[in-house]
Write a protein that binds this ligand. Structure first.
Ligand code: SIN
Length: 520
C-alpha cells in the first residue's frame, strides 16, 4: 500500500459495503483481526428491513424505528436510513443479490417485533448475513485486498488528525500504515458479556481505540439484549431469531403458561427489552422458559441454521420446545459520527455497529442493523470518494511517536472474568450499587495507561483485554450516570423514563479524565 491508502478495519457488512463503493480507488485495504467470515454480519439470522412491499412506506418504517428507539433517535438520520435503504437494496437485487421469494418469484416479506408491516427480506431462510457478505465478497472479487489475522492495535494521530493505523500480526510483528482515511467497522461490544449472540471478537476494541484517539463516543449505556438465545448445558449457545416468533412461536414456561400474557399489548413481539426482562423475571424465580415452535410451519426449511444449532446441542426439534435465555446482542451507541460517517477526529470514520449514527435511539428495531451497515457503509464511501486526493500531513508516521509504554498494574484479569463481571453488574437489570461496583472494579486496572500508553510492546491478547476494560468501563460508567430507564437501559432504582433525560445523550471524550475521578 502506498502512503495515501484508505484503510477499512473489520470484515462485516459495513466494512464490505464501504469497500464495494470504494473499489474504483486504487489504494484500499481491509484489515481484520480474525478472518473474513468471523463477523456478526456473517452470523446474522435476521434480515434486512426495508419498505419495499406493496402498501408499505418509508414513513411507517420511520415511525416504527422511532417507537422502538423510545424517541431517543436522531430523526434526521432515521429518515436517511429508511429512505435510502430501499434504493441501495434494489440496486443490489438488480446486481444479483438473491433474497428469498415465494413460488411465484415474489419477495417474501417477514415480520419481526416492533414492525407494523411485513417488510423483512431474508436470504437462505435464516442466513441473510452470510448471503449478503458472500454477495459482496463475490462482487469485490479480490479487487480490494483483505488482510486476515492482522489486528489493528492503535490509530496514528498527528496534529489532531488520524493518519493511519498500527497493526500486529499473529507472530507479534508490528507494522505502521499511513492512510488518508481510516474507517472503523469493528462492530459493537456485546462480546463483553458471557451470554452473547455476538462473535467473541466483538469486544469494543474499535470504540476503545477511537476514544483513546480523542473521538467522542455516545449512548454506551444502551445495550440490547436479545430475548431468545438457545440454552444448552448452562450456556447460551446461539441465537434463535425473532423471526421465529414472527412466524408464530410463543414463549412459555415448563407447565405451558404464556410468559408474555398480560405483559405487553404486542405479546411475544413486544420490544426486546420488555421480552428479555419478562424472561429474566421467570428465570430468577427458578422457572425455565421455552420457545414453543409448534405453530411454525416447515421449521427446518425456513430456519436451517437454528435447526442445525438445536441438533448440535441435543435439543429435540420434534418436541416443539426450545429452551431459551436472553443474551447481549447489540450496542445502540458507539463512536459519534455525522451522516457521512465522519467522527470528531478528522480522517477517522466509523460505520456499522461501531458507530453511533443515532438511528437506533435507545433500542434498535429488529433487522435495522444490516440496513444501517448498507446505508452508512455506502455513505462513508461517497464521502471518501469526494475527498480522494486530500493531502495527508507531511510528517512521516513514526512507530515510536513519543509515547511511554503502556504499563500493566495490577495484572490484567482474564477475559472470561471481565465478561462475568459485566454480566453480573451491567446486564439486563441494573442498579446504582452494582454499577458502582463494576466501575470501581474496572478502574483499578490502570485505565489512564490504556488511554495514553503505547500498546505495541504488549501481546495481542493483553491489548484486547485492555480495550475490553476500557469499553466495559464506558458502558458501566455511562449506565451509572443515566438515572432513568429507557429502551435497552433499565435501572430497577429508576424504573421509568425521566423527562429530564429525554433527548439527552451521554457523550464521552477522554478529556473527561482531566477532571478525574470520572466514573462517579
Ligand atoms: C434476529 O434474527 O432475531 C436478530 C435480528 C436483529 O437483531 O435484527
Amino acid at each position: 500500500m502506498g502512503k495515501d491508502g484508505i484503510i477499512i478495519v473489520g470484515s462485516g457488512l459495513a466494512a464490505l459495503t464501504a469497500a464495494y463503493y470504494l473499489r474504483a480507488q486504487e489504494n484500499v485495504t481491509i484489515f481484520t483481526k480474525k478472518n473474513r467470515v468471523d463477523s456478526n454480519s456473517w452470523r446474522a439470522q435476521g434480515g434486512v428491513a426495508a419498505a419495499l412491499a406493496t402498501g408499505d412506506d418509508w414513513r411507517t418504517h420511520f415511525h416504527d424505528t422511532l417507537m422502538a428507539g423510545c424517541h431517543h433517535n436522531d430523526a434526521r438520520m432515521v429518515e436517511l436510513l429508511v429512505r435510502e435503504g430501499p434504493k441501495r437494496l434494489q440496486e443490489w437485487i438488480d446486481a444479483g443479490m438473491a433474497f428469498d421469494t415465494d413460488e411465484h418469484g415474489r419477495p417474501c416479506f417477514g415480520l419481526e417485533g416492533g414492525h407494523s408491516h411485513r417488510r423483512i427480506l431474508h436470504a437462505g431462510g435464516d442466513q441473510t448475513g452470510k448471503a449478503l457478505v458472500s454477495f459482496l465478497l463475490q462482487q469485490l472479487n479480490d479487487r480490494v485486498p483483505l488482510v486476515e489475522e492482522e489486528q489493528v492495535i492503535d490509530l496514528l494521530i498527528e496534529d489532531g488528525r488520524c493518519v493511519g493505523v498500527k497493526t500486529m500480526r499473529k507472530d507479534g510483528r508490528v507494522s505502521v500504515w499511513r492512510a488518508s482515511a481510516v474507517v472503523l467497522a469493528t462492530g459493537g461490544c456485546a462480546g463483553l458479556y458471557t451470554f452473547t449472540s455476538n462473535a467473541l471478537t466483538a469486544t469494543g476494541d474499535g470504540i476503545a481505540m477511537a476514544y483513546r484517539a480523542g473521538a467522542a463516543v455516545a449512548d454506551m449505556e444502551f445495550i440490547q439484549f436479545h430475548p431468545t438465545m438457545l440454552a444448552a448445558g448452562g450456556r447460551a449457545v446461539g441465537l434463535v431469531s425473532e423471526a421465529v416468533r414472527g412466524e408464530g412461536a410463543v414463549l412459555e414456561t415448563e407447565d405451558g403458561r404464556r410468559v408474555m400474557d398480560g405483559v405487553h399489548p404486542l405479546g411475544d413481539l413486544a420490544p426486546r427489552d420488555v421480552v428479555a426482562r419478562a424472561i429474566v423475571a421467570e428465570l430468577e424465580r427458578g422457572v425455565r422458559v421455552y420457545l414453543n415452535i409448534s405453530a411454525v410451519s416447515h421449521f427446518r426449511r425456513r430456519f436451517p441454521t437454528i435447526a442445525a444449532l438445536c441438533e448440535a446441542h441435543g435439543v429435540d426439534l420434534e418436541a416443539g420446545r426450545l429452551p431459551v435465555v436472553p443474551g447481549a446482542h447489540f450496542l445502540m451507541g458507539g463512536i459519534v459520527v455525522n451522516e457521512w460517517g465522519q467522527t470528531t477526529v478528522p480522517g477517522l470514520y466509523a460505520i456499522g455497529e461501531a458507530a453511533c449514527t443515532g438511528v437506533h435511539g435507545a433500542n434498535r428495531l429488529a433487522s435495522n442493523s444490516l440496513l444501517e451497515a448498507i446505508v452508512f457503509g455506502a455513505r462513508v464511501a461517497d464521502a471518501i470518494n469526494c475527498q480522494a486526493g486530500w493531502p495527508t500531513s507531511g510528517r512521516r508516521a513514526d512507530r515510536s511517536v513519543d509515547r511511554p509504554p503502556c504499563l500493566l498494574a495490577p495484572p490484567l484479569p482474564g477475559r472470561a472474568h471481565i465478561r462475568e463481571q459485566l454480566s453480573a453488574s451491567v446486564g439486563i437489570v441494573r442498579d446504582r450499587e452494582r454499577l458502582r461496583e463494576a466501575v470501581d472494579w474496572l478502574e483499578q486496572f490502570s485505565l489512564p495507561h490504556w488511554l495514553e500508553g503505547d500498546v505495541e510492546t504488549l501481546a495481542a491478547e493483553e491489548i484486547e483485554t485492555g480495550y475490553m476494560l476500557l469499553a466495559g468501563w464506558l458502558v458501566a460508567s455511562s449506565a451509572l450516570r443515566r438515572t432513568e430507564s429507557r429502551g435497552g437501559h433499565y435501572r430497577s432504582d429508576f424504573p421509568h423514563p425521566h423527562p429530564d433525560w429525554q433527548g439527552r445523550r451521554l457523550v464521552r471524550t477522554k478529556e473527561e479524565w482531566a477532571s478525574a475521578p470520572v466514573g462517579r
